[in-house]
Design a protein around this ligand. Structure first.
Ligand SMILES: [Zn+2]
Length: 192
């Protein structure tokens, strides 16, 4: 028989939720939103809930405050620096030898210019907050394949020409670490 003094074996629901969130956050806590298609739930006008497929061309990385540095995810050459009303300052970096580009948006300022060479972990700008940031300070990074370089102003929900940056990711940038050079390795574009 269970005595009334014994603590309950089942964790209270709120505590369980906290534990689960902590486990999920874990070492990947700088990744706010992943690449690909997900279902966003919203309310219809008649009050019913409905799911809508939303495509995300890149990965969102958490920044801690406005003005925090944005880092190059791999060695490369800056190909484009642009300002967009919705996305803020955009930086495009080519990674020669890998037929790939990384594209960073929601910067308030870029500290690099086109044709400039950058090393992995170099600061390429400062993070800002724009209409397309969704109210959360973060950097959105995309990985583009060279053959299908999207034109400037391509639709934000079109995955064509992009792939999942996290498939090439090696976590946070560590200046003491040697990274492979025979294939593309991306480090997170934020300090963490
Ligand atoms: Zn995003």
């Amino acid at each position: 028989m269970v005595s009334p003094q014994q603590p309950p074996l089942v964790m209270p629901r709120t505590l369980r939720a906290v534990v689960v969130i902590t486990l999920v956050a874990g070492c990947n806590s700088v990744v706010l939103s992943e690449y690909g298609t997900r279902v966003a739930v919203s309310r219809s006008e008649d009050g019913s809930a409905r799911g809508r497929k939303v495509r995300h061309r890149g990965v969102d990385f958490k920044e801690w405050a406005l003005g925090d540095p944005v880092l190059a995810a791999a060695d490369g050459v800056v190909r484009r620096v642009n300002f967009d009303d919705c996305a803020g300052v955009e930086v495009l970096i080519e990674h020669p030898g890998f037929n790939r580009h990384t594209f960073y948006i929601h910067l308030r300022q870029a500290s690099v210019r086109p044709t400039q060479r950058v090393k992995r972990g170099d600061i390429i700008g400062e993070v800002g907050l724009y209409r397309c940031s969704g109210g959360v300070v973060h950097v959105h990074m995309e990985l583009w394949s060279f053959e299908t370089l999207p034109r400037q102003g391509a639709p934000r929900d079109d995955l064509a020409g992009t792939e999942d940056p996290l498939r090439h990711a090696a976590g946070c940038f560590n200046s003491n670490k040697q990274y492979p050079t025979d294939h593309l390795v991306l480090t997170y574009p934020v300090k963490c």
